[in-house]
Design a binder for this molecule. Sequence first.
Ligand SMILES: [Cu+2]
Length: 162
Amino acid sequence: MKSNPRNIAMAALVALAASGAFAAGNHAGGHGHGEAIGKPGVAAKATRTVNVDMTDGMRFKPSSIDVKQGETVRFVVTNSGKLKHELVLGTEKELKEHYEVMKKNPEMEHADPNMVTLAGGETGEIVWQFTKAGKVDFACLQPGHYDAGMKGAVNVSKAVKK
Ligand SMILES: [Cu+2]
């Protein structure tokens, strides 16, 4: 007897565990955005504070922010609405992918240095260093919010050599 029922059950369990780990990894560990958008900043090195307001009108104010390459920015984000909102920095592609995952799992809690999720009335912070010139997008990935236009962009201007 080479394959008894017990071995088959074990194999099924292993397969289940593997698929579960993969699904979790997709979200919790899988943001792998290298340094495409920059990297978590050191608060003490922040050269500027930018206040961003999030509203139930599905808008960020401001929705367009100009920074210089290399700059570390402290975003003080306030949710002035009643709904839960969040600010997530990323490339447009990453944000869209992440949004699809959020739509399928609305109760999912997520927390990474490139995002802040806030209940109505709360204020939080992101400290981020913009290492590359170009555009860094941000969006609220709460289901429905991105579709409603709750997004913006950080325009990173190229550092001038001195
Ligand atoms: Cu929102």
